[in-house]
Design a protein around this ligand. Structure first.
Ligand SMILES: [Zn+2]
Length: 164
C-alpha cells in the first residue's frame, strides 16, 4: 500500500487541466489502487489524479457504504438534471467548506481500468461527489462555485461536509 501526498491550496497543479488516459496498463491500475488507499486513509469520499500530482483523467470515490471504492477513467458528464444545494469540502482545500449547487442527477460516461466503456447514472450525494471530482480534472475547485450561506436562523447547526 502506497500513500500519496495530497496537493493543497495554492499548489499550482490544482489549476491545470488533466490529460485523457490512453494506456490501460499496470501503471494505471497501481495509481488507482494508491489513490483509493490515499482517499480512504484521509477519510475522503473522492479523489482526482491531479490531487496527488498526476495530471491524468482518473477519479476514485467511496461513499463509505457496503459498495466499496470505485475508479473512473476519462469520465464525462453526458446528462445532468435538477439542482441541489449542499455543503462541500475538499482534501485539497484546508479548513474551508461551503454551499455549492450541483445537478441532482447526472449520467457519466467513463472507462474502467481495462479500457471498457461504461455508463453510470447517479443522484444525490454521488452526483455531487462525481461533479466535484470531474471539476478537478479541469482545474476547477468547489470554492470557485460557492454560493452565499442561507440566513443563520434557518440552519443553526454546524453543517457536515464530506471531503472529496
Ligand atoms: Zn476536491
Amino acid at each position: 500500500m502506497a500513500l500519496l501526498t495530497i496537493r493543497k491550496d495554492e499548489d499550482p497543479i490544482l489549476r491545470k487541466v488533466s490529460r485523457p488516459v490512453e494506456k490501460f496498463d499496470e501503471k494505471l491500475s497501481q495509481l488507482a489502487q494508491d489513490m483509493i488507499d490515499t482517499m480512504l486513509s484521509n477519510e475522503g469520499v473522492g479523489l482526482a489524479g491531479v490531487q496527488v500530482g498526476k495530471l491524468w483523467r482518473i477519479i476514485t470515490y467511496d461513499q463509505h457504504n457496503e459498495e466499496g471504492s470505485f475508479v473512473m477513467i476519462n469520465p464525462v458528464i453526458k446528462q445532468a438534471s435538477g439542482s441541489c444545494k449542499d455543503y462541500e469540502a475538499c482534501l485539497s482545500v484546508t479548513e474551508t467548506y461551503g454551499l455549492v449547487e450541483r445537478p441532482s442527477e447526472i449520467t457519466v460516461a467513463y472507462q474502467d481500468l481495462d479500457g471498457n466503456h461504461q455508463e453510470l447514472t447517479a443522484d444525490e450525494n454521488l452526483s455531487r461527489i462525481l461533479c466535484h471530482e470531474i471539476d478537478h480534472l479541469d482545474g476547477v475547485l468547489f470554492i470557485d462555485k460557492m454560493i452565499p450561506e442561507p440566513d443563520e436562523d434557518e440552519d443553526p447547526e454546524e453543517p457536515i461536509a464530506e471531503e472529496a
